[in-house]
Design a protein around this ligand. Structure first.
Ligand SMILES: Nc1nc2c(ncn2[C@@H]2O[C@H](COP(=O)(O)OP(=O)(O)OP(=O)(O)O)[C@@H](O)[C@H]2O)c(=O)[nH]1
Ligand SMILES: [Mg+2]
Length: 403
């Protein structure tokens, strides 16, 4: 079975491939490929070259057109490339054909993210979740391979050993999937019991795109040491800490970051990690304001949150990394519409303050800028929630406020 598991991409030279389509213009594709390159580096590969093609939609058989595929092949052979990574999820058919043609390891966005998750998973729980997602990714790809072979060999009377092997593999995978699901259910029960035991404390969850600084902020707010680094998906397991601001205690959790096209298998199998988000009373949506695509990242996070949970939760928008924000002033006669590049920080702040009322703040978790104001904001919101939830219990706060 081993050969089906997506292997880790260790310091292998990689080529990245993206499509310029009516939905994603050249600038967007460049941004997506930057992100794909970051993902590839996180997985241990070295991206050395990018290929792009302008097409109305992806080629059903080979993703890029046949001419482009030959161009990639020539480059791969001449430059000893070990992996070719595609920026979209490849269909089983595309995967087979591209693999056959290029004769090197082929990954897509989904399998790359799954690979990173697999190498990052620390606890038995995270490992089980990722393994389940990997098998679910594999299964349809095996099925297609099987029907593909069957068609080639001509069906009845021709069912040879190759096909039997694949059928066996399919059965093994199905058994594994149901075993993993059972394991997860057991752990889920334990975890939900644990969450219940935490009592009535207000729960606040840090959410956001990957690498925006959630864990760094968690460390600042709780004075803990949560693993934070400049890699994607540094955090896979949820960490929960008790935080006390001005004598007011609440629970703060740090969770897995979101990303564009987060594989659905992963959302599914990480459901219980994400329960922490679902059961939170208040969300701190952390945004990396220094990232050129921060607005799209906000959308991705909001969409993923909506998929997880259809109830509206109070949200505080936390715009992080203001120390790294760069502003390119506009020339006076420049009539191009305002974009991220020519709006300065104050203007952004005003716009968001208007939109979010008081529920937004601009900080630098790294330099601790505005962290005290964030704490005050948190204190006020948590207190409000507490008072609406436990109206007879607010003497507690009088005590706090008097101290
Ligand atoms: N310049 C700057 N960098 C920051 C700031 N906050 C965090 N970082 C850096 O951003 C990177 C990612 O930080 P993390 O805290 O790991 O981000 P995260 O959101 O927890 O990321 P994942 O767990 O991977 O989703 C690290 O290199 C941090 O040092 C900030 O305010 N300014
Ligand atoms: Mg983190």
């Amino acid at each position: 079975m081993k050969e089906f598991i997506i292997t880790e991409a260790q310091t292998e030279r990689a080529v990245l491939v993206g499509l310029i389509t009516p939905e994603q213009n050249e600038q967007k594709v460049n941004e997506y490929l930057d992100e794909l390159a970051f993902l590839a580096e996180t997985a241990g590969a070295e991206p050395v070259k990018r290929f792009q093609q302008r097409v109305p939609y992806s080629h059903p058989v080979t993703f890029v057109g046949p001419g482009k595929l030959q161009e990639i092949k020539t480059y791969v052979v001449e430059n000893e490339i070990g992996i070719v990574i595609f920026d979209d999820e490849l269909s089983p058919k595309q995967l087979r054909n591209i693999e056959k043609e290029l004769q090197v390891k082929i990954l897509d966005r989904t399998s790359l993210i799954l690979d990173i998750f697999a190498s990052r998973a620390q606890t038995a729980y995270a490992k089980t979740q990722v393994e389940l997602a990997q098998y679910q990714y594999m299964l349809p790809r095996l099925t297609r391979l099987w029907t593909h072979l069957e068609r080639q060999r001509g069906g009845i009377g021709m069912r040879g050993p190759g096909e039997t092997q694949i059928e066996t593999d399919r059965r093994i995978i199905l058994t594994k999937i149901s075993k993993l699901k059972e394991d997860l259910q057991d752990i889920d029960k334990q975890m939900s019991a644990q969450r219940k035991n935490r009592g009535k404390m207000i729960r606040v969850a840090l959410v956001g795109y990957t690498n925006v600084g959630k864990s760094t902020l968690m460390n600042q707010l709780s004075k803990s040491e949560v693993f934070a680094e400049n890699k994607l998906f540094a955090t896979l397991d949820t960490t929960v800490r008790k935080v006390i601001v001005d004598n007011l205690p609440f629970l703060l959790s740090d969770t897995v970051g979101f990303i564009r096209k987060l594989p659905t298998q992963l959302i599914e199998s990480f459901k219980s990690t994400l329960d922490e988000v679902r059961e939170a009373d208040l969300l701190l949506h952390v945004v990396d304001i220094s990232h050129p695509g921060f607005e799209e990242q906000i959308e991705v996070v909001n969409k993923t949150l909506a998929e997880l949970d259809d109830t509206e939760k109070p949200v505080i928008m936390v715009f992080n990394k203001i120390d790294a924000f760069t502003f390119v002033p506009k020339e006076e006669d420049d009539l191009t519409p305002r974009t991220r590049e020519n709006i300065d920080l104050e203007e952004l702040e005003r716009t968001w303050m208007n939109k979010m009322q008081d529920n937004c703040i601009f900080i630098s978790a790294k330099d601790r800028t505005n962290i005290d104001n964030l704490k005050t904001l948190l204190y006020n919101r948590v207190k409000e929630i507490h008072i609406t939830r436990f109206p007879y219990n607010d003497f507690l706060f009088q005590q706090y406020d008097e101290e």
